[in-house]
Design a protein around this ligand. Structure first.
Ligand SMILES: Cc1cc2nc3c(=O)[nH]c(=O)nc-3n(C[C@H](O)[C@H](O)[C@H](O)COP(=O)(O)OP(=O)(O)OC[C@H]3O[C@@H](n4cnc5c(N)ncnc54)[C@H](O)[C@@H]3O)c2cc1C
Length: 307
């Protein structure tokens, strides 16, 4: 995905002209640039949700976010120029452009759909804590579920959750997808948990009734010790780049921060024998009010540039 739309151009101009580059981290050469944006600017950002994409449009209520990664070496190698001349009476028809092959290596070993709705994994809620402040418009919660290592996932994947109870037709609720907010090691570092960042959906319908979203309210109300039915993991589109020297540009509003929390954990807070981030990470984070800022502790641990 390229930065082509006008809000991005404005961002790029702002970034190149007004924001001084941060000093490198004292112990390594990689760096995280974090920018929180005022609501007017984030409102201008295009939004992404797989559901909206499937429907051919964008969704105002989307929760997933744009993720841009530029593995520079691969891009450079992928660009080829070729000039040929042919002396014929009629111009030769243009050869169809060859599709650029993208290596699938990024996907290797990624588990998908180990658990399906008919036989979900039943985990337990270990922790459920509210992230948003009292004055925030809406509530967002961070929750940790036990998996005993049975739901192996990668940073950037999602899981499905099936809320308890039945729908209006007496059938079990359909699963809802949630981006995983923890790194593959999990919040406790033992690869035995998975965490989510969930916004409670509450809205007033045309009849003036207050309607509560089924699964988000189920999750936000979960008490530690309660069981939760998990499916998946799913998704190979937003995996964290394997290249430790990659420049990673992350754009998020609201709970769209979830996958990037998992990236940042792996990049900056964990130690791996086979992975040490030495690239550059940009995070554009949109919040309407300071009380809505999710994961404040992360932003306190890294450089934060605001405008
Ligand atoms: C890949 C993926 C990742 C996701 N990750 C996350 C995540 O990390 N965190 C997160 O919180 N959510 C995430 N979601 C969204 C999540 O799957 C659910 O859609 C969301 O929690 C709402 O589900 P619900 O069961 O609470 O609401 P439902 O009971 O399913 O109600 C939703 C329906 O209510 C209606 N509705 C909603 N708002 C209004 C309104 N203002 N006016 C009228 N009707 C309305 C719409 O018909 C909508 O389809 C993700 C979705 C996808 C596809």
């Amino acid at each position: 995905m390229l930065l082509t739309s006008s809000p991005f151009h404005s961002l790029r101009r702002l970034l190149s002209s007004q924001i001084p580059p941060p000093n490198p981290l004292p112990h390594r050469t990689s760096a995280l640039h974090t920018l929180t944006m005022p609501a007017q600017l984030t409102a201008a950002l295009p939004s992404y949700s797989p559901a909206a994409k499937a429907a051919g449009g964008s969704s105002a209520s989307c929760t997933a976010s744009h993720f841009l990664s530029y593995p520079t070496r691969r891009l450079r190698n992928g660009v080829r120029a070729q000039v040929s001349t042919t002396e014929t009476a009629e111009p030769a028809p243009a050869a169809p452009a060859k599709p650029v092959k993208i290596s699938k290596k990024q996907d290797e070993g990624v588990v998908t759909n180990k658990y399906r709705p008919k036989e979900p994994y039943v985990g337990r809620c270990l922790l459920n804590t509210r992230l948003t402040g009292d004055n925030a418009p809406g509530e967002t919660w961070h929750m940790v579920f036990s998996t005993e290592g049975e739901v192996p996932y990668r940073e950037g994947q999602s899981i499905g959750v099936i809320a308890d109870g039945e729908d209006k037709n007496g059938k079990p609720h359909k699963l809802r997808l949630y981006s995983i907010a923890s790194s593959a090691l999990g919040d406790f570092g033992d690869s035995k948990t998975v965490s989510l960042c969930v916004k409670r959906l509450v809205y007033t319908n045309d009849a003036g009734e207050v309607v509560k979203g089924v699964c988000s309210n189920f999750l936000c109300d979960l008490k530690p010790g309660s069981e939760v039915k998990i499916t998946g993991p799913v998704g190979k589109e937003m995996l964290m780049p394997k290249d430790p020297n990659a420049t990673i540009i992350m754009l998020a509003t609201g709970t769209g921060i979830a996958p990037f929390r998992s990236f940042l954990w792996k990049m900056f807070f964990e130690q791996h024998e086979d992975y040490k981030f030495n690239g550059l990470a940009w995070l554009f984070l949109g919040v309407p009010t300071s009380d809505t800022l999710l994961y404040k502790e992360v932003w306190n641990s890294v450089w934060l540039y605001c405008w």
